[in-house]
Design a protein around this ligand. Sequence first.
Ligand code: NAP
Ligand code: ZN
Ligand code: ZN
Length: 346
Amino acid sequence: MNTRSYAALSAGAALVPYEFDRRELGPHDVALDIAYAGICHSDIHQAREEWGPAVFPMVPGHEIAGTVTKIGSSVTKFKVGDLIGVGVFVDSCRTCENCKAGLQQYCLEDMTGTYNGYERDGKTIAMGGYANYFVINEDYAVHIPANLPLDGVAPLLCAGITLYSPIKHWNVGPGKKVAVMGLGGLGHMGVKFAVAMGAEVTVLSHSPAKEADARAMGAHHFVSTKDPKVFAEHQKEFDVILNTISAEIDINEYLSLLKLHGTLVVIGLPGKPYALQVGSLLNGRRSIGGSMIGGIPELQEMLNFCGEHNIVSDVEVIKADYINQAYERTVASDVKYRFVIDAASF
Ligand code: NAP
Ligand code: ZN
Ligand code: ZN
C-alpha cells in the first residue's frame, strides 16, 4: 500500500517527503490510518546516528495513534474503527522467557524496532510512524481509551510507558520522594504518573522558565540545576531519581541527592558514557539502574490507567513540514512538552 511519510535519507540529513509501499495485510495484521505521531528525542538521536550506525532511508516515529481501517482474516483483538496505538517495537521472538513474561522490550533475540532496523524477515527495512498509514501484527498493538484526545495519547506510546514502567518497578508511590531529571517529553510524563501514584515529586531542570508548568502538572517542588549550589542543598533527599536527560551531564552530582538505599534510574540515552565516580554509590549503598520502555501488557495497563485518570501528554501539534524545526527546538529543550505531527499533513 502506497504510504506518504517523511524520511531521513542519510545520517543527519533534514527529513524530506518520502513515499514507499507498506506490506499487504497478512492474516494476523491490522491496517491503521495514523492520526498523530509523536516526536521522541530517540528519533533525533537515531536520524543523526548519535547511537551508532543506523539504517537509511529512515522513517522515524514510534509514538503512533490512529484508527483501524482493515483487519487480516485471523485477527481477533481489533475490529475496523477501533482506536489503536503502536509503540517502539513491532515484533519480537515470542518464545524466549522475557517475551513469554510480556517483557518483549527485553526479548533475548532483541525486539524488532518500529524503525532503524529490519523486520523479522531480515531484509525489509522497518519504516516508522511519521506517515499516514501503518500495518502491524495485532499482538504488538494496543487499544486506546476512547475518552482521551488522540493527539495527547500518541506520546504515551513511548514517553508514557517509558516512565510508567520504572515508576511501577521501583514502587514510586505514597511516602516516597521522587525526583525527575529533565522536564521534556519523557520527564513531564514522569511527573504526571508519579503525582498520580501519590509520591512527593521534585523536578530537577536546567530550564528555570519551566517551573510554572511543572507545578501545573502537579510537581510539589522545582529545583533549577542552573545554580550549582542546589546540589549541596538537596543532598541525600530522594528515594528514587528518574533521569530523562538526553544530554551529557555529571551523573555524580545527581547520585549525591539519593538517600540511603536510593536508586537513580537511567532512562535518557545521550550516546556517550557517563564518568561514574563509584564512591557516589558506596556512600549510602546507592544503586544505579536502567529501564527501557515497557512490554505490551504494561503498555495496555498504562493506557487504561491514563483513561481512568485522564492523563495525556501536553502537546504542540505540528504539520509535517515543521519536523526539522521541531527537531532543533527539541534539542534546545524548547518543547511544551511533546511535538506531535498531524498525520493528515503527510
Ligand atoms: P526531550 O523532550 O528533549 O527532553 C530531554 C530533557 O532533558 C530536556 O527537556 C531538558 O529538560 C533536559 N536536558 C536537555 N539538555 C540538557 C543539558 N544539556 N543539561 C541538562 N538537562 C538537559 O527528550 P525525550 O524525548 O524526553 O527523551 C529523553 C531521553 O530519553 C533521550 O535521550 C531519549 O533517547 C531517551 N529515551 C529513552 C527511552 C527508554 O526506553 N529508556 C525511551 C525514549 C527515550 P529541562 O529543560 O527541564 O532541563
Ligand atoms: Zn521514544
Ligand atoms: Zn523473545
